[in-house]
Design a protein. Structure first.
Lengths: 255, 302
C-alpha cells in the first residue's frame, strides 16, 4: 500500500475567474489512484490555525492533481496565497467516488452550483465520448463563472444561469431544467452544490423518475471515517460524507 | 532502552496509544507494519445497544481545538464483537476496549461480553455517561464511580481503566475514588463541556447544542489535572489531552503519566502517534535515560 499522506509540490495556483482559483499539484501517486467524486484533505499550513485539514474535490487527475476552490473562509484564503513551488501536506485520495451510469444510460446531465462544479469536471473527463454530456451550471454572479473550456473540450453542452442575470439565464440553476429532455430510462443525473440547490435537483429528478448521484460537503475532521463528525442524515440512517460519501445515491439524500 | 509499561498485570511494549473514537478503519488506511508499532489501540466506545448518534452538525473547529458532539454512534456490543473486533485483533496490537453502560447492569453485561470475546488487554470505562436519575454524569458523582468500578472489577478478566471527566471540581479526588474502588488505572481527560454560537443564526454550531472540546486548546489544563492526579494516586495514569507532538507527550510523562493517548491529532496528522513514539525514544536517547520509569513523574518541583 502506498502512502496515504505525503507532501507534494504546487505546480500552479491561479485565479481562473474573479471568484475561483485552480491549484495544481505534482502528485503522481494521487493521479494514479484518484476516481471522480473523491477528494483530497489538505493541511493548509503547519500550525494550529486553521486547525482542521480542508477537503477539496479533485477536479482533474491527468498529468497533475487539480482542485478548484473559492476563497471564502480562513483556510481557503490562506490557500489562495500559496505560491508555485511551495509544498502542501495532502491526504488522499479518499472518499467513495461517483458510481458510473447504469446500463442503458445515454444522456448524463451534470448540475452544478458554484464551486460544486469541481468534481463534475473530473467526471466529464471519464464519461466523455461514452455519453451525451450536458452541464447545467448556476453561479451567483458573472464573477462565479469561468470559461468551462475543459467541459466543452469533453464534448459537453454547457448551459449557464446566474442569480443576477449577468451571464446566461437569470435565476437559479433550476431555471435551466426546462432546457433538457430527460428520459427516465436513458438519463442519469450527477449534482454537486449548495444544499437548497441539490434539493431542487432531487425533486426534479423524482418528478421525472430519474436516477442520479449527489456529492455532499460537510465540515470534516479525519476524512477517514473514524471520527463520525461529518455524518449526515440519509434514508439509510447517518452516513459519513468522508467515507460513505461524498457521492451518494441522489434519492437517499435528505435535505 | 526500556519503554515498556504496565497496567495491572498487562504489559504494553510502549506507552503510546490512541484516544477512543479517533482511530478507525486502520486496516484500510494504515500500513499494518506501522500500526503494529503502537503500544495499544483504543477503539471507539461501545455501548450495549446500537446508538445512532447525535443530529448533525457534530463537529466544529475552534481555536487550536475541536468541538464534538458525536453521541457515541456505534453498532452495539454484539455487532462490534462480530464485525469489528476480529480485524482489530488481527493487527496484533493490544486492545483497550472502551465501554459505556447507561446503568450498572449494562456495564456488567458489557464486561461479560468482552470477557467472553477474549484477547483484550484492558477495559476502559467511559464514565461520561448519563447518571440515571440525576442530571450529572457518572464521572461527576463519586458514588457512581465507586459503584461502576466495583461492579466491573468484580467480574472483569482484564485490568480496568476508569476514564475521568475534567468537568469536576477536583479530578484528583475522583481518581482517588476510582483507585479505592479497585481500578487498575485512570485515564484523563475526556473532553471539556463546551459550545460555540453562530451569531448570524444565533444557533449553536452543534446539532446537540453543547459538546466537548479537545485538542491543543485544552492541553495545559489537562496537564495540570494529570500532574495533580499523579500526586494523589498510585495507580498508572493514561494521559489524554491535545497531544500533537512528542514534546507534548513528554510533558505528560514528566508530570507522572504512564501512558499517553493521541486523540484529536489523528485527524490532522494520521502519523502523529508514531511520530510521538519516535520522539519519546529520541528524547530518552539524547538524555541518556534507559528506562521510561526514570522519566515518569520526574518533574522538578524546584
Amino acid at each position: 500500500m502506498e502512502k496515504l499522506q505525503d507532501v507534494y509540490r504546487i505546480i500552479s495556483n491561479e485565479k481562473i475567474c474573479p471568484k475561483f482559483f485552480r491549484l495544481c499539484l505534482d502528485a503522481p501517486s494521487i493521479v494514479n489512484k484518484a476516481l471522480p467524486g473523491q477528494f483530497i484533505h489538505i493541511r493548509i499550513q503547519e500550525s494550529l490555525q486553521p486547525f482542521f485539514r480542508r477537503p477539496f474535490s479533485i477536479s482533474r487527475a491527468q498529468k497533475h492533481i487539480e482542485i478548484l476552490y473559492e476563497p471564502v473562509g480562513t483556510g481557503t484564503h490562506l490557500l489562495s496565497r500559496k505560491k508555485k513551488g511551495e509544498m502542501l501536506d495532502v491526504l488522499g485520495p479518499v472518499g467513495t467516488p461517483f458510481s458510473l451510469p447504469p446500463k442503458g444510460i445515454r444522456q448524463v446531465v451534470m448540475i452544478a452550483g458554484g464551486i460544486g462544479v469541481a468534481p463534475l469536471l473530473f467526471l466529464s473527463d471519464i464519461l466523455k465520448r461514452k455519453y451525451e454530456l450536458v452541464l447545467l451550471y448556476g453561479g451567483r454572479t458573472k464573477g462565479h463563472v469561468y470559461d468551462m473550456k475543459e467541459f466543452k473540450q469533453n464534448g459537453c453542452k454547457v448551459l449557464i444561469s446566474t442569480d443576477d442575470g449577468s451571464v446566461g439565464v437569470k435565476g437559479r440553476v433550476s431555471k435551466l431544467f426546462t432546457k433538457i429532455r430527460p428520459d427516465s430510462q436513458t438519463t442519469f443525473i450527477y449534482t454537486c452544490g449548495p444544499r437548497p440547490m441539490m434539493a431542487s435537483v432531487q425533486s426534479f429528478a423524482r418528478g421525472h423518475k430519474l436516477r442520479g448521484q449527489g456529492s455532499c460537503e460537510e465540515v470534516m475532521a479525519c476524512a477517514l471515517g473514524a471520527c463520525l463528525g461529518c455524518s449526515i442524515e440519509t434514508r439509510n440512517g447517518f452516513k459519513t460524507v468522508c467515507h460513505d460519501g461524498p457521492a451518494f445515491d441522489l434519492n437517499d439524500l435528505i435535505f | 532502552m526500556n519503554i515498556a509499561v504496565k497496567i495491572g498485570a498487562v504489559k504494553f511494549a510502549n506507552p503510546v496509544t490512541v484516544a477512543s473514537g479517533t482511530f478507525g478503519h486502520s486496516e484500510k488506511y494504515y500500513h499494518l507494519q506501522e500500526v503494529k508499532k503502537l503500544g495499544a489501540i483504543v477503539p471507539k466506545t461501545v455501548t450495549l445497544h446500537a446508538q445512532t448518534g447525535n443530529p448533525p452538525p457534530r463537529i466544529a473547529e475552534t481555536p487550536s481545538g475541536m468541538l464534538n458532539a458525536i453521541g457515541i454512534e456505534n453498532p452495539g456490543a454484539d455487532v462490534f464483537i462480530k464485525t469489528k473486533l476480529p480485524a482489530l485483533k488481527k493487527t496484533g496490537v493490544p486492545l483497550i476496549v472502551s465501554i459505556l453502560g447507561h446503568n450498572d447492569e449494562e456495564f456488567k453485561i458489557l464486561t461479560e461480553k468482552f470477557n467472553a470475546a477474549g484477547d483484550i488487554s484492558a477495559l476502559e470505562l467511559n464514565l461520561s455517561c448519563p447518571n440515571l436519575g440525576k442530571k450529572i454524569l457518572a464521572a461527576q458523582d463519586p458514588q457512581a464511580i465507586e459503584r461502576i468500578v466495583k461492579t466491573v472489577k468484580k467480574i472483569s478478566r482484564y485490568p480496568v481503566i476508569a476514564k475521568l471527566s475534567p468537568n469536576v471540581t477536583d479530578i484528583a479526588a475522583m481518581a482517588k475514588v476510582a483507585e479505592d474502588a479497585g481500578a487498575d488505572a485512570v485515564s484523563l481527560v475526556n473532553t471539556f463541556a463546551a459550545m460555540a454560537i453562530d451569531t448570524k443564526t444565533r444557533r449553536s454550531v452543534l446539532g446537540n447544542v453543547t459538546g466537548g472540546l479537545s485538542g491543543p486548546a485544552i492541553r495545559p489544563i489537562a496537564l495540570y489535572m494529570v500532574c495533580k492526579t499523579a500526586q494523589t494516586v498510585k495507580i498508572p495514569i493514561v494521559a489524554i489531552g491535545g497531544i500533537m507532538t512528542a514534546d507534548d507527550a513528554l510533558q505528560y510523562i514528566i508530570a507522572g503519566a504512564t501512558m499517553v493517548a493521541v486523540g484529536t491529532a489523528n485527524y490532522i496528522n494520521p502519523r502523529a502517534p508514531l511520530e510521538v513514539l519516535a520522539g519519546i525514544k529520541d528524547y530518552m536517547r539524547k538524555h541518556k535515560i534507559n528506562d521510561i520509569a526514570q522519566l515518569r513523574g520526574s518533574l522538578d518541583h524546584g
